[in-house]
Design a binder for this molecule. Structure first.
Ligand SMILES: Cc1cc2nc3c(=O)[nH]c(=O)nc-3n(C[C@H](O)[C@H](O)[C@H](O)COP(=O)(O)O)c2cc1C
Length: 157
């Protein structure tokens, strides 16, 4: 399966580490959202992965606006991943979340799976104390990312 990973990793490169491990398993090409100039590029791939850190409860603005700009992607397989200081299941993130996987589904993507893990977060005053989720993603997180990618491969057939 020909896979493209679109990843934006701006804080500590946390999500990039996850993207690299998934890309290794999936033999995927990896780009930043700004590299996508039209949907013709996406049509060359069977599966598209979208990943970033979580900023104020949401995936990076560049990913969200990329998906806004895309035409209908009926049935195109996709997956979503993120790293965050608190975890996407935390009350804070859930309150602020705009539901990125839901946005993809509305565009017609068939979202095959979602992956998340902690990512070192030194935003604002957190930095005074060395931050939260220090050392994450760690090797265990990255092995989980690899397993997730293997699962996608198996699902896509
Ligand atoms: C400006 C900013 C806002 C952030 N907002 C949140 C947030 O709302 N919830 C959360 O759990 N983590 C938040 N974080 C932490 C990041 O999601 C976390 O560090 C993530 O792993 C960053 O990924 P990256 O290094 O790939 O950019 C924020 C970090 C920054 C710099």
């Amino acid at each position: 399966m020909k896979t493209l990973i679109i990843c934006m990793s701006v804080h500590h490169g946390n999500t990039k580490k996850v993207a690299e491990r998934m890309a290794r398993v999936l033999e995927a090409d990896t780009v930043q959202p700004s590299a996508i100039t039209g949907n013709a590029m996406l049509e060359r791939y069977d599966v598209i992965g979208f990943g970033s850190g979580i900023y104020f409860g949401k995936h990076h603005r560049s990913l969200v606006s990329l998906v806004e700009r895309l035409p209908g992607m009926k049935g195109k397989k996709a997956f979503v991943f993120s790293t965050s200081g608190l975890g996407t299941g935390s009350v804070f993130n859930r309150l602020l979340s705009s539901g990125f996987p839901g946005q993809l589904r509305k565009k017609g993507f068939d979202v095959m799976g979602e992956f998340e893990c902690p990512g070192w977060d030194t935003f604002g005053y957190l930095g005074w104390f060395g931050g939260i989720s220090k050392g994450r993603p760690n090797e265990k997180d990255l092995l989980r990312a690899e397993e997730f990618a293997k699962g996608l491969k198996a699902k896509a057939g």
